[in-house]
Ligand binder design. Structure first.
Ligand SMILES: C[S@@+](CC[C@H](N)C(=O)[O-])C[C@H]1O[C@@H](n2cnc3c(N)ncnc32)[C@H](O)[C@@H]1O
Length: 220
């Protein structure tokens, strides 16, 4: 990202670490079936501070660009503190997962909602056509087979349907979408399917290769 030119990106749509591993009680192992995944990942344990993204996000984003970033309850305050003063608008959007991991011990709410923080300045690109599309809420199942990669398995692979909704709202065909935490490249797949251009980063070489393979398939 540091090597990218100023004012070069139309939409930053990204899914950085949530730092929730420290609150997790671990995967749930059940006799005779696959363990229930609690989104445990080593990369999630590395301290993540949204403040570290402010300078480069502002620098690479075009003046009429938008930023959407997935996050969690424990980091929402840090996102707001870092970005609210830097942009004209700071809002949040909710993804409601229609098939969340069950709470088999009935000891709390299902984790059926994820938050996406949204930032932009006056004059930003916006493609809402009617009020019904303007709800800051979207329903879709979590990523399942055949979309969900089996090798490598990524614990937080996001559904392309949700990403396409966000990209459609906030960019135009031919625009450049950037995801600096792209995992298996789901944002890129959604962007290319909608006729946008895509650039992304991923620190893990196995996920990076998986993303590259998915993106190459989109190019045909
Ligand atoms: C929440 S996951 C993204 C998953 C992605 N949305 C998908 O659908 O596959 C966050 C990703 O950020 C990567 N990551 C963590 N720190 C990073 C860094 N400093 N630079 C680039 N990628 C990083 C992790 O390896 C992980 O794959």
């Amino acid at each position: 990202m540091k090597t990218m030119p100023d004012n070069s990106v139309d939409l930053i749509l990204t899914d950085p670490p949530y730092n929730i591993a420290k609150y997790s009680t671990g995967n749930i192992y059940l006799p005779g079936r696959e363990a229930l995944n609690n989104d445990i990942a080593k990369w999630d344990e590395v301290e993540f501070n949204p403040q570290e993204l402010v300078y480069d996000f502002k620098r690479i984003l075009k003046k009429d660009g938008n930023i959407f970033a997935f996050t969690s309850y424990n980091l929402i305050g840090k996102w707001h503190e870092a970005f609210d003063k830097e942009f004209d608008t700071f809002q949040f959007f909710v993804w409601h997962k229609t098939n969340p991991v069950p709470k088999i011990f009935k000891n709390g709410f299902l984790n059926s909602c994820e938050m996406i923080v949204c930032m932009w300045n006056k004059g930003h690109r916006w493609n809402f056509s009617n009020q019904r599309e303007m709800h800051n809420f979207f329903e879709s199942p979590i990523c399942m087979s055949p979309e969900r990669l089996q090798n490598p398995k990524h614990p937080t692979q996001k559904p392309v349907k949700l990403l396409k909704h966000l990209i459609s709202i906030a960019s135009n065909e031919g625009d450049i979408v950037f995801d600096p935490f792209m995992g298996t490249g789901s944002t890129g797949v959604a962007a290319l399917q909608l006729g946008r251009k895509f650039g992304g980063c991923e620190i893990d070489s196995v996920y990076f290769e998986a993303a590259q393979n998915r993106l190459e398939l989109c190019h045909g």
